[in-house]
Structures are given as C-alpha cells and as structure tokens.
Write a protein that binds this ligand. Structure first.
Ligand code: GLC
Ligand code: GLC
Length: 632
C-alpha cells in the first residue's frame, strides 16, 4: 500500500496539475480551493485512501471543478456572492416550496414557465421539478431512471430551455430544485450500455457479480425496497450475471467504491449546478455505499461522499445547497442534517406522524417528535411536507411508540389498514404500495385530500387544512405538492397505462386538476375553501418572523388530542392543533409561563391565556406571544 499522502503534498500535487492544465489563473477559484481543499482531501482520501491513483483522481476532480467555475455564468456567480453573504437565506419565513411533474402539471418546460404567475400568486420561492431528464421509454420510475444527466426528455423541452427557465425563476425569486439521482442510472445510460457490452471500464461503474454467491450474502442484511418488482437487491443480466439494483430492475446502482464513478458524477453535479439549479435533491442518499454484512444504508462512507460532493460545490458552485432525501429511521434522518453534508433535509417523521395523529386522534407520538427530534444543526433546516410524490412509510422509532404503550409493528399494521380504508370507520381512501407479504411491510399511496377523507366525512376539508397548518409552522421550508392546495383527489387512471399500472404511487400523481384550479376562488367549492384557507395561512407565515429560523420546542398541552409546539424566536408563536373530531380544551394552567394576552394570527382574535382555551374539531391556533425579543 502506498504511504498515505499528506494534505499539503496533495494540495501541491493538485496545484501543479491545475497549472499544467492551464487552469490556475482564477483568484476567486483559488481562494475557494484554499478554503475547502482540506475537507475535500480528507473525505476523498477517507473513502479512496487505498487507491493507487488517489492523487491523480483527486487532481482530475479539482480540474473539473476549475473548468466548471470558468464556465459558470455571471448571473450564477452573482448568486454565489449573494448566498455567501446570506447563508441563512433558506431559513426565511418567506420560503415556500412547490413540487410538480413537468409533464403532468404543465405539459412541457415552456408550460412551466407559463405557470410562473400562478407560482407567484401562491408565493413560491422554491420549485422542485421531478427529474426532467432523458429516461427509457415506458416505465422509468417517474424520471428517476436517468439515461443522461445532460439531456432533457425531448417531450419536455431542451437543456437550453431548462437553463432559461432556471434564470427566469431566479429573477422572480424562485429557486429551482432538481434531483441528483446519484445512487443509480437507468439501464439505458451510456455507461450502462457500455457495461452491458462488456467494456471493463464501464463494468466497474456498477456492481456486477458472476453468480449468486455475493448477492445472496448481501441480500441477507439489506432491506427490500421494491419487492413487487424483484426480491432482494439484484437483478439478472441477459448473460446470467447479477447486477445491483436497489429500486426497479432498470435502475442500476452505481459503484462508488470506484473513484471514477465519484469523478463522473461530480462532473454531472457541477453541470447541473451551472444550469442554474439552486437546491440539489440528493435522491436515495442512504443507499450509495454498500458493505457486506451491513444493511447498506447510511454507512459512514455515504457521509464522506456527501461531504466531498459538498466541498466541491463550495469550491465551484457555492450558491447550490443539498437537500437530503433520507426517508428512513429518524436517528438516521438526522445523520444527514449537517451543513457540511445536506443543508436541507426532508422531515419525514413529522409528515408521517401527522397522518398517524389524524388516524388515532391522538397527538402524543407526534408531540414526542416535536419534543425530541426537531433540533437542527447550525446552517441546516427541514423541508416540511404533508406528502410527496412518494408513498408514506411509517418511519417512527419503535422505542418511542413503546413509551406510549404501542407496539411498533402492530401500530404500522393498524395505520396501513386505516389508510387503505380497511379499518372500520376510516375516512381515508389510500392504496397499499409495495406490500411485502414476506415481511408484512407496506406503505401508503394517496393524495392529501383522499387520504384526509375529503368528500368522505365532514372532517375531510378541515384535516387537509390542519395538516398544512402544521407544515407551515414547523421549523423549516414548507413544501406543497402542487394541486393539493385545491384538494386534488386520487387519480386511478394510471391503471390504464401499462408503464404505470404496477406502481400505485401514480394514484397520487394526478395531472394538473384544471377544473379545481378554475374553482379556486369559488368559496362554494371545497377547492375554493381549501385554497383560500391555505393562501391565508401562507400570507400569515410570510409576515411572521417567528415562523422563520429554526428554533422549535414541544409544548405539552396536557390534552393528548392537542399537539403543541413553540416557535420561540422573534416574538414567539405557540401552535396548538386539535387532531380529533371533537372540540378539545387546553387548561389555563398550561399557559402559566406565557403572557396573559396574546393574538391568534389566523383569526386575528385576542386569546386570553389566563383561561382555558378550546379548539374546535381539527382546529388550530397560531398564537403570537409578543415575547420580549431578547428573551429567546
Ligand atoms: C427516491 C424517489 C423515488 C424513487 C427512488 C429511486 O426515493 O423519491 O420516487 O423511486 O428514489 O430513484
Ligand atoms: C424507500 C426509500 C426512500 C424512497 C422510497 C420510494 O422508502 O427509503 O428513499 O423514497 O423507498 O418508495
């Protein structure tokens, strides 16, 4: 094994390589490299320290970054400077995200551009477009089987249009979010085709095994993600060999043990950064490193790789931040909440437990999440969502459920029965996703409105608003699934489309509900009422500094049906939310430490906190406390 190079030697080696390539002239780049090289080297050598070509690989990656910086537009460099001057930009109370499929919501990228006035009406500052890249015809996991990171699906438009769209959004104060689907490529990506054709260089991009010996050993400790598609984590190639495939069989996992893969993907990442992506969603992040005898999720090398990718962005695209998509156990979710890894993270626990609370009419498990699991590392924030384009999985900690006398497995079974409408009296109209008969595991598909029982009982509309009221006040960026703000229902037309019929998540990915949008100003419709309610809440959020920032504590209401949490900064807001179908009271004693008089921001009415406070069924209060700003 070669002796471990010292950081200073590695830096000199890299600078020499830059000079030889004529890439050493930009003082800005050099200053950033000075600042972040040590991290890049530390993480990169932590993963690839044994590799004989460690230094040349690293120097090539830095060369890519230098070229990428040279090519970065003046507009994006101005954004870099603005973001560096205001690194907390994404913690503002003005932040509001929206997510949509380009084709389903607007037909094409040009169609998305035409929707910008609506995005502005709604107040979006962040737009996540589902992966718009080239994919295989037919099933492609809604774009998550990428055949080229540099080409847009021709049905949606071109890369030039994407770049223009990003710039237009940026001018309007909307940050474009795109996925970095970096755990896998489609089986039609050029690398995959060349691997299949037997080119050793590209075979080494994937994890291909001659027989079942290693796959069987790996399968003993890994989780099955899409068991409807294939058992275990491997699929067989036409020549009989086995290839690692965590998700669909046409999605082949990249082999990050090979530094060439890291280098290639760093190039794709910087390419996307230079197109104007401001938030990069790190898709399926937990899965990128594999090690025999482990679950192959969230291993230490995943964190090192993220830090190395992140350091490269600080060097060559500093405006771009990462969002982790780790829909896993809450202990694991927080492992990515680190400004050196992902500045932004989905908050799947509050999402899932908000639904849990509506089903049980009991807010205690959700309350525990607010009490124990909302703290954020410096420089980080959550994305709070009611549901996403994916299924809902019950990712709470079993130990916490046990504290409330609940058995985790039984409780998940109950929740699955409840949300698929198989529990007597359930208001929900969801469908199972990837029910695994071998493990009993199952996740839930359905739109917000259909899962909340809109049109099913009189609480449906209120539940939709209540869930959004929680997401809009939790610490972080609220993210709407576009169409949910007009109460879009499930769409089972996917069953008639062969490429979608086997994946029930399409149930909750409807086409833009034009008729509901047309009714959005009509208070005689549920769409109109939901829209008006959410618009109102959004506008309050944007005017309430206490709802920005990241501080948040649980506030135990003494009533298991009423969730409470406090956003203590800048005046302070106490949020109370009744998850039950009956009015509920919080006793005056609970408010003893708070000012006597306060205001509910939602109704603008005074609240007397020396008396009991009663909330109607599914009611909520955003109580402005006017705390001394210096006391927080
Ligand atoms: C992420 C995406 C999901 C996709 C998977 C594989 O979890 O959100 O839609 O199926 O990654 O890319
Ligand atoms: C699993 C994965 C998650 C992904 C989901 C897609 O839950 O952990 O990353 O979003 O599958 O269904």
């Amino acid at each position: 094994m070669p002796a471990e190079p010292r950081p200073a030697d590695a830096y000199q080696f890299t600078l020499d390589a830059l000079r030889d390539a004529g890439l050493d002239h930009d003082p800005d780049f050099r200053a950033r490299l000075d600042r972040h090289f040590a991290t890049l080297f530390h993480e990169f050598s932590g993963v690839y320290g044994d590799h004989p070509a460690l230094l040349p690989e690293l120097a090539q990656i830095v060369g890519l970054a230098a070229r990428s910086w040279q090519e970065r537009s003046a507009g994006l460099k101005a954004l870099d400077a603005a973001r560096e001057a205001d690194p907390d930009w994404f913690k503002s109370e003005r932040m509001l995200g929206g997510v949509a499929y380009v084709d389903r919501y607007a037909g094409t990228l040009a169609g998305i551009r035409d929707r910008i006035p609506y995005f502005e009406e709604l107040g979006l500052t962040y737009l996540h477009l589902m992966p718009p890249f080239q994919t295989p015809e037919g099933p492609n996991d809604g774009g998550y089987a990428v055949s080229s990171y540099r080409e847009i699906d021709p049905k949606l438009g071109t890369m030039a249009e994407l770049e223009t769209l990003a710039a237009t959004l940026r001018e309007r104060g909307i940050s474009l979010t795109l996925d970095f689907v970096f755990n896998h490529t489609s089986n039609e990506h050029e690398w995959a085709r060349r691997a299949l054709a037997g080119e050793p260089e590209y075979e080494a991009y994937y994890r291909i095994y001659p027989d079942r010996a290693l796959p069987d050993r790996f399968d003993r400790t890994t989780r099955e993600i899409f068991p409807d598609d294939h058992r275990g984590s491997f699929v067989q190639l036409p020549d009989g060999r086995w290839i690692w495939s965590t998700f669909y069989g046409f999605q082949w996992d990249l082999n990050y043990a090979n530094p060439a893969v890291f280098r290639a993907m760093a190039g794709e990442m910087l390419f996307l950064a230079n197109r104007g992506v401001e938030v990069l969603r790190m898709d399926a992040v937990a899965f990128v490193w594999k090690e025999l005898g482990t679950p192959c999720e969230s291993l230490p090398q995943v964190h090192r790789l993220l830090r190395a990718f992140n350091a490269l962005c600080r060097i060559a695209a500093p405006a771009m931040v990462f969002k982790s998509e780790a829909i896993v156990h809450p202990d694991e979710v927080v492992s990515y909440v680190d400004a050196a890894e992902c500045q932004i993270s989905y908050n799947p626990l509050v999402m899932a437990l908000s639904w849990e609370a509506l089903a049980t009419r009991d807010a205690r498990l959700l309350q525990l999440a607010f009490e124990r699991r909302q703290a954020l590392a410096p420089g980080c924030t959550w994305v709070n969502y009611v549901r996403s384009h994916d299924d809902i999985g019950w990712t709470f900690a079993d130990e916490e459920a046990a504290e409330l006398g609940l058995n985790g497995a039984d409780h998940r079974r109950f929740l699955n029965a409840f949300y698929t409408g198989r529990f007597p009296g359930s208001f929900a109209k969801g469908q199972p996703f990837q029910a695994n008969p071998f493990t009993g595991d199952c996740r839930i598909a359905g739109t917000t409105a259909s899962l909340a029982g809109l049109g099913e009982d009189e609480g449906g509309e209120r539940r939709v608003v209540l869930l959004h009221a929680i997401a809009l006040t939790s610490a972080g960026i609220p993210l709407l699934y576009l169409g949910d703000e007009v109460g879009q229902p499930n769409d089972d037309s996917y069953l008639t489309r062969p490429a979608e019929a086997d994946d029930s998540r399409w149930l909750h990915r409807p086409f833009r509900p034009d008729a509901l949008y047309a009714a959005r100003c009509d208070a005689a419709t549920a769409a109109g009422r939901i829209h008006a309610a959410l618009r109102h809440l959004i506008s309050i959020r944007k005017q309430t500094p206490a709802l920005g920032g990241t501080a948040s504590h649980g506030f135990w209401t003494g009533n298991r049906h009423v969730l409470g949490f406090l956003r203590p900064e800048r005046g302070g807001v106490l949020v109370l939310a009744n998850v039950s179908d009956e009015p509920q009271t919080v006793s005056a004693e609970r408010f003893q430490a708070l000012p006597a008089l306060a205001t509910d921001l939602v109704s603008d009415a005074a609240v007397n906190l020396t008396q009991d406070v009663t909330l109607p069924a599914h009611g909520f209060l955003w109580i402005a406390l006017s705390l001394n700003p210096y006391s927080a």
